[in-house]
Design a binder for this molecule. Structure first.
Ligand code: DI6
Ligand code: FE
Length: 420
């Protein structure tokens, strides 16, 4: 076989966790090599098979040869569920919870999501960019190359639009791919207290058309919950999303089982997220429609939830499981994807290869990106991370020491850490 194109970069002496086998294995290639051309993965395989493609260090078709010295390459990490853009913080509610108040009690007393809404409405675009950038930078330094960011703390047209624009601006500040999700139906703003239907009129008839015409979102999400929106109300938002052909995601079965995952399955949704209270019929519906289950161990941990998501049943029905930070000020003020890997294993008993699949191939699937991101495969975006580790399970096993040595996004090296 001959080269059809020049290679811009060739990594040699690397081990590859290709993540092309779902959660079953790391899809390992030991003593491998990987080549990049035009921002895509152009070749990968055993280094011993490389000679058919390339004639050694003086091959002029390869611009840059990097000796990985036995390090591991994974796909760039994907955080498929965050609420990274928000004003203020909720440390006061953290204190209240430690004094015995529950998340629901605080929400019902006018705290919770709506208190972040006030702070977010007051914040300027510049202030929101600055605070979100700190959080996004943390994820980026951990090897994250794609992040989903939801709106949902504006809860009026102007402020929902502001949040989505800010989320988009972040991509000018850092080399991270941003996917945006419109979550106008996150909570009822106080001005519509006791008038959910009138608020949903605004969400469906005013906010959503603007979000679509200004191309501000890639998907639509709803918080279907006792303290969020009912099944019937959720359906209204899904129907509106369908009109515009926007993919659907849902915050479902987080605190109770309302059947939102099953409803979302009827709308061919991308994912159902949280799902601690999901039951077997919901899982069957998700399997049938090809949905991804997004596990959020940070929120489980921070709320000291005791109801575990139905991992065994998700395995039994082979529903792909993604893992994400849910980074938000109320239930998961945690901006650490490595910690999520660890928690997915320790709290939810995922295997390390399941957890890693959750922030690579299945994180991509939860965002509708399985054809371009989350795997090391020819033609895929060259979003790759090099790790100074001896085996992939180390990424799940320890956190706090950062073994990321290089991060490449769309074929360009965007981070380098000599000390890793
Ligand atoms: N579920 C969550 O865990 C976050 N949103 C949601 O629908 C919490 C958001 C918050 O408390 O600010
Ligand atoms: Fe969330």
């Amino acid at each position: 076989m001959t080269l059809s194109k020049d290679w811009q970069t060739l990594y040699i002496n690397v081990n590859l966790a290709t993540m092309t086998d779902g959660a079953n294995s790391y899809g390992e290639i030991i003593n491998g090599a990987l080549a990049i051309s035009d921002g895509k993965i152009a070749w990968l395989g055993k280094q011993s098979d490389l000679s058919a493609h390339f004639s050694g260090k003086n091959d002029s078709r390869v611009v840059d040869i990097i000796d990985g010295k036995g390090q591991w390459i994974t796909p760039g990490l994907i955080d498929c569920h965050t609420h990274l853009v928000y004003g203020g913080n909720r440390a006061n509610e953290f204190e209240m919870r430690l004094q015995g108040k529950s998340y629901q009690e605080i929400a019902n007393a006018g705290g919770g999501i709506v208190s972040t809404v006030s702070a977010t409405r007051k914040a300027s675009e510049e202030e929101l960019i600055a605070s979100a950038l700190l959080r996004l930078t943390a994820l980026h330094h951990q090897g994250v190359t794609t992040v989903e960011i939801k709106s949902g703390y504006g809860l009026d047209t102007e402020n929902e639009i502001k949040m989505l624009k800010v989320a988009g601006f972040l991509a000018n500040e850092l080399p991270v791919t941003i996917k945006r999700t419109f979550l106008g139906a996150h909570a009822l703003p106080t001005e519509y207290k006791d008038n959910a239907d009138a608020y949903l009129d605004i969400v469906c008839d005013e906010m959503l058309p603007r979000v679509v015409s200004e191309k501000l979102a890639d998907a639509v999400d709803v918080f279907c919950e006792g303290i969020g929106f009912s099944l019937e109300q959720t359906k209204r938002v899904f129907d509106a999303a369908k009109i515009y052909n926007l993919p659907i995601k849902v915050h479902a079965e987080q605190l109770s089982n309302l059947g939102a995952s099953e409803l979302a399955a009827n709308y061919d949704a991308l994912s159902s997220d949280h799902i601690e209270f999901l039951d077997e019929s919901g899982i069957k519906a998700m399997k049938k429609s090809g949905m991804t289950a997004v596990l959020l161990p940070g929120a489980f941990y921070f709320l000291r939830e005791t109801q575990l998501p139905p991992i065994e049943l998700l395995r039994k029905y082979q529903v792909p499981m993604a893992v994400a930070t849910d980074a938000n000020p109320g239930t998961s003020p945690i901006h650490n994807i490595h910690l999520m890997l660890n928690m997915a294993c320790t709290l939810f008993r995922l295997t390390p290869s399941e957890a890693l699949a959750g922030i690579t191939c299945y994180g991509a699937k939860a965002l509708g990106l399985s054809e371009s991101k989350g795997q090391l495969a020819v033609g895929y975006d060259a979003d790759i991370a090099l790790w100074n580790i001896e085996q992939p399970a180390e990424l799940c096993y320890q956190f706090g020491v950062n073994p990321l040595s290089r991060l490449i996004q769309n074929g360009q090296q965007v981070l380098m850490n000599e000390s890793a």
